[in-house]
Design a protein around this ligand. Sequence first.
Ligand code: PEP
Ligand code: MG
Length: 310
Amino acid sequence: ATEAAGAEWNGVGATSDGRRVKVLANVGAPADARAAAETGAEGVGLFRTEFCYLDVDSEPTVDEQRAAYAAVLEPFAGKPVIVRTLDAGADKPLVFLSQEAEPNPALGVRGIRVSIERTGVLDRQLEAIAGAVAQTQADVSVMAPMIATAEEAAWFAERVRAAGLSRVGVMIEVPSAALTAREVLDAVDFVSLGTNDLAQYTFAADRQLGAVAALNDPWQPALLRLIAMVGEAAKEKGKPAGVCGEAAADPLLARVLVGLGSSSLSMNAGSVRAVGASIASVTFDDCERAARAALAAPTSVAARVAAKEA
Ligand code: PEP
Ligand code: MG
């Protein structure tokens, strides 16, 4: 790629020829949100609401939740924030959901599956999010974790809209959702790729287990092909597909993700500037070339080299 020398993060994510790609932060608590706003992130691509309640014994009231969510939205007045509904499970337990131990927590009742079983908990959370939206100026979307089917996406979208929240999306982090991205997109306004879990489920490699960490490599052709499928579906449906897994934090891979059709990139706040600068230093055409080269590579190592040399 021909790099525009010394491109810097100027707070507006775009390639050097002006293709907009929002550069957003992943946050988990009000303190993270303030730090993220200071890096110049354009908004929040993933607010992990369960992080507010990891050591809470009883379900927070709607008022308590509204206050916690408003504190995260507050530094992002006028900016986009995607609030994810609780992503709990036996691997990320919330005491007040009192979930049974499971032999395979990553494959158990987690994310949207908990919401389907405990609809009241979801509805109270949605009521609190709607309340927080009313008292702040952030431009809020709501999305669900761990969607496996288009039916689940449609079920979630209906409940979110019934709560008076107008923009709804789902995460694509289970291979079945990537394979049916068209049908999933028909049910919602946008999707966001969770590459951490999408890798875990694609390679059948527990993301919490060091012994299989090498398999969870977002440069692997299998993962890149699933991401490309979602990008194509989003283009066809005219709806946005972002990435909010940590793959988006790798400045070179970020270009590939843009070339594969990602309309926004969300990551830990510490990587916002480097990724923003990386995107700003190449054209959209360069990103597409890097994406094609990486997709055609037989291995993750070859994909990285090919993207760099494209
Ligand atoms: C992901 O799975 O990629 C993701 C962004 O969600 P989390 O890391 O919270 O599971
Ligand atoms: Mg996930």
